[in-house]
Design a protein around this ligand. Structure first.
Ligand SMILES: NC(=O)c1ccc[n+]([C@@H]2O[C@H](COP(=O)([O-])OP(=O)(O)OC[C@H]3O[C@@H](n4cnc5c(N)ncnc54)[C@H](O)[C@@H]3O)[C@@H](O)[C@H]2O)c1
Length: 331
């Protein structure tokens, strides 16, 4: 297949592109606008006979139309993805996550292209810390932030385009990812790179918020299964039973890097910060036989810490500007 990957210069998209090149015979084109979150260097070294890069906007209808005409399938990762930024300025979130997804769906409808839409468990809102429930594909949508509400809206557009126009689409909602090539503004890379630079990690509030962590490679293998074998119109939740609170994650990072486990600072919590996310991925596991490779969060985290230690050339240029931005927001 010829697969078009939108947002392939971002964190999860670039991991998916490497996964496809390493584990399949498909050829891949990345369409990416290279916003501050995109990094062309994350795609360095890929074979020229199987990989092409196009810099452009998913809301550019003529460009999207040309690319869809030339590809068998599209996996749609491109998004404005950072909650904190969405609280500061929601406009790009509405433009890319809603108008951009609409533009792609219209092209999928025109060309009959197989379309897989990448989304997040944040569309379901949050759970109480002591609630034993986990999200399933029938959990009602209840997003909290401009980020999660625009992702929720994009999921609903996909469902409507399947039902109204017969678009051949599937959706996946995944829990929080960690792994190589993640921007240093995000929680785990920010803490790792702070410690590597001799600075103390910053923990929001009291650090009790729980996230259900999954390694980006496991997200990629799940997406590939859905693309190949998923039922059209279905939503699959992707998760690896990796629930940890933020305090536990920071303590693990400090310990792995040889620091005292309590060598961190508390900073003001983000407004509306979701308490807990937890994914029930049994539909994906039973229907498609998917299982994660990194069932153990600690070993996946250790591999990620090694990657950041060995790739300061990749993250170093982003670090100062990111910390300056957090400082301006009082964090
Ligand atoms: N990071 C997570 O833990 C997580 C979890 C579940 C789902 N997701 C979803 O996965 C997708 C990718 O997330 P990520 O963390 O890799 O994000 P990211 O911010 O690292 O990457 C997004 C990429 O999209 C590109 N992009 C942004 N606007 C664009 C536009 N208008 N046209 C073309 N390209 C554009 C950026 O340049 C960047 O390369 C998103 O849809 C996100 O909602 C992320």
């Amino acid at each position: 297949m010829k697969i078009l990957v939108t947002g392939g210069a971002g964190f999860i998209g670039s991991n998916f592109v490497h996964y496809l090149i390493d584990n399949t015979d498909h050829t891949v084109t990345v369409l990416d606008k290279l916003t501050y979150a995109g990094n062309r260097a994350s795609l360095d070294g890929l074979p020229a006979d199987r990989f092409a890069f196009v810099q452009g906007d998913i809301a550019d209808a003529p460009l999207v139309d040309r690319l869809f005409a030339d590809h068998d399938a599209v996996v749609h990762y491109a998004a404005e993805s950072h909650n904190d930024n969405s609280l500061d300025d929601p406009a790009p979130f509405v433009q890319t996550n809603l108008v951009g997804t609409f533009t792609l769906l219209e092209a999928a409808r025109e060309h009959g292209t197989r379309f897989h839409h990448i989304s997040t468990d944040e569309v379901y809102g949050d759970l109480e810390l002591d609630d034993p429930a986990r999200f399933t594909d029938s959990t009602p949508y209840n997003p909290s932030s401009p980020y999660s509400s625009t992702k929720a809206g994009s999921d609903l557009l996909v469902r409507a385009w399947v039902r109204s126009f017969g678009v051949q689409a599937t959706i996946s909602n995944c829990s929080n990812n960690y792994g190589p090539y993640q921007h240093v503004e995000k929680f785990i890379p920010r803490q790792i790179t702070n410690v590597l630079r001799g600075e103390r990690p910053k923990l929001y509030g009291t650090g009790e918020n729980v996230r259900d962590w999954i390694h980006a490679d496991d997200h990629s293998s799940a997406v590939l299964s859905i693309l190949q074998e998923g039922r059209i119109g279905e939503t699959y939740l992707i998760g690896a039973d990796g629930e940890k609170n933020n305090k536990q994650v920071v303590e693990l990072i400090l310990t792995e890097l040889g620091q005292p486990a309590d060598a961190y600072d508390l900073v003001t919590d983000r407004p509306g910060h979701d308490l807990r996310y937890a994914i029930d991925s049994s539909k994906l596991r039973s229907e498609l036989g998917w299982t994660p490779r990194y069932a153990d969060f600690t070993s996946g985290l250790a591999a990620t810490i090694r990657w950041y230690r060995d790739h300061e050339d990749w993250w170093g240029p982003q670090k100062q500007a990111t910390e300056d931005r957090y400082k301006a927001q009082g964090q």
